[in-house]
Design a protein around this ligand. Structure first.
Ligand code: MN
Length: 231
């Protein structure tokens, strides 16, 4: 027997750094919202401005810290960045009312929804396109008690110093309380869940050696380097 009653060593708890603390935020589930900025919906070939939100999940251990090298994903020939604001929950439930939704948020941060764009467009389920190893880089989270609730402000990504994505959090089609309320009709949300709120326009390809820096006004930046594809 390994320890703690498990037959093998228990896997490590996935977690995200916290600004100004040595303590970390433990991750239970990673939810993501698709198509949540009009200009991004249009660049992906859509034209509806307020379809119901699209949700998907990534595996919990897809989180990886700012400062890391993220390997170029296997299989894909079109590995894309999607800069997003992430919210981290301290509590949850089913059928959360919009008016109560903000009470469940522990903090906010900058994140990337890395995507195998060619696989996403292949007509197959999104699982392989979105939910792979190291596909969720996250900058240090900032607690609500320090930064308040984030409903506006610039969101930006640079690749090797060139701006590729630039928008404003106020342009979210589904705002944060609406995302929480809607998602909680499908799943019982719990402490430790994080939600990536969708990417603005300007998504694009990366290559090994690229440095990506994501910023959101009032929050901690996220920086990663793209590494070689695993052998
Ligand atoms: Mn996304």
């Amino acid at each position: 027997m390994a320890s703690n009653g498990f037959v093998i060593e228990a896997p490590e708890q996935a977690s995200i750094a916290v600004d100004g603390s040595s303590e970390r935020f433990p991750v239970r589930r990673i939810y993501c919202v698709g198509r949540n900025y009009v200009a991004h919906v249009r660049e992906m070939g859509g034209d509806e401005e307020r379809d119901p939100p699209i949700f998907f999940q990534k595996p919990t251990d897809a989180v990886i810290d700012s400062g890391s090298t993220v390997p170029y994903a296997t299989i894909t020939e079109n590995f894309h960045h999607e800069m997003e604001m992430v919210i981290a929950l301290k509590s949850g439930g089913y059928n959360i009312a919009e008016k109560d939704a903000l009470d469940h948020i522990w903090g906010y941060g900058a994140s990337l929804d890395m995507t195998r764009r060619d696989i996403q467009g292949s007509g197959k389920p999104w699982e392989i396109a979105k939910s792979f190893d190291q596909s969720c880089p996250c900058g240090p989270l900032s607690p609500v008690e320090k930064v308040g609730h984030i409903s506006k402000g610039a969101i930006k990504l640079t690749v090797n110093g060139e701006t590729t994505q630039e928008s404003d959090i106020s342009l979210l089609i589904w705002r944060v309380p609406e995302i929480i309320a809607n998602l909680s009709t499908y799943f019982e949300l719990k402490a430790g869940d994080i939600i990536l709120t969708g990417t603005p326009h300007g998504v694009g390809p990366v290559k090994p050696g690229d440095t990506l820096v994501g910023t959101i006004d009032g929050l901690q930046p996220l920086s990663i380097t793209i590494g070689k594809r695993p052998a």
